[in-house]
Design a protein around this ligand. Sequence first.
Ligand SMILES: *Cc1c(COP(=O)(O)O)cnc(C)c1O
Length: 431
Amino acid sequence: MSEPRRRIPRTDRLLADPRLAGAADRLGRDLVKAAVTRAQDRARAGEIAPEEVAGAAVAELPPAAVSLTPVINATGVIVHTNLGRAPLSAAAVDALTAAAGNCDVEFDLASGTRSRKRGQGAIDALLAAVPGAEAAGAVNNNAAALVLAATALARDSEIVISRGELIEIGDRFRLPDLLESTGARLREVGTTNRTTAADYSAAITDRTAFILKVHPSNYRIEGFTAQASVRELAALGVPVVHDIGSGLLAPHPLLPDEPDAATSLRDGARLVTASGDKLLGGPQAGLLLGEAALVARLLRHPLARALRVDKLTLAALEATLTGPPAPVARALAVTPETLLSRAERIVAALAARSVPARAVRADGAVGGGGAPGVTLPGAAVAVAEALAGPLRTGDPSVTGRIEKGELLLDLRSVDPADDDCLVSAVLGVSA
Ligand SMILES: *Cc1c(COP(=O)(O)O)cnc(C)c1O
């Protein structure tokens, strides 16, 4: 063994370093030991000097005891499924923290007895946001909401659905398979591109439990097309369940083709289901909104217990609904001019350190969460394509998108508070 190698401090000595001992209290001994081992390995490989091992181990420590890495989403896709969909608002994060310990989620502090109002704050917030709904509920995600609706309402009977709406959401999750797994039968009507109210009407029998209308949230059928409106379907005399997908609670001026809960209920849908972590901008959840008797039937079904949300989801959902606009809403609303001036500021900061970059116009997107085909004109910082990998694995991690041989860091999906982090991330990998 060469002399420097013999001088690499031993693990027990390193773990006694006050900085690392303190980290072990916070992160657990295993994570700190792993950081120590990596630093020792680097010294053995001659990358760092033996005296630098303790400092390197401290630098290697993860910020939290979790293997998930925070990412700056510079893809331009606001609701990016692979990056955790909607980033939570500061208000929602505070609510998570407030609920993280013991809290009165099922307890009445005045009487000191069990409360039956589990999740009432989130439900009240949903009802305030959608006054047209008689009742509301929340389950684990929209897929759970659909399973619950199919199980509670259509087991051993039929769901009438258009062939144009038999969708795959992603990662091989196919809605028809999910629905049939409950024991409900699907009665497919119409064709891929055209389904009329008369097609539905002809399929309705005494075995029909409900009509399911599904928003094709990740593709569009264009050309020779027809689909029946909620209003037309509601006139057919069987309940209409509308899976609106993205979770818009009211119409959005920038997304005129995106269905919303308020309009759907006004048009006669008896139950609306949606995701909490797409355009609503909240935690993963499945929202149920509609007729009181129907919502109650779902929530009283034994399966509901297996799909229920925890206190953390309830807390984050309530704060998303009652707090200031969530990051998703803000990202949607920001103007191309604002994005361009942010891009120019970042480019100037990079140029000051001799890192080549250009401010360019770029089109962002809502994402798998909704509004297929809608482009959101904005701006990006274009840098060398070769930076893509180092930026992804850097600290902070940044994910952009590659277009025409350049890496675009699209600011549509970046929180303005992260612009300076973006600059330092690029500087960090441009050395
Ligand atoms: C995203 C989506 C789902 C699945 O929602 P999850 O909350 O991810 O379970 C179901 N239906 C539609 C139309 C969707 O867009």
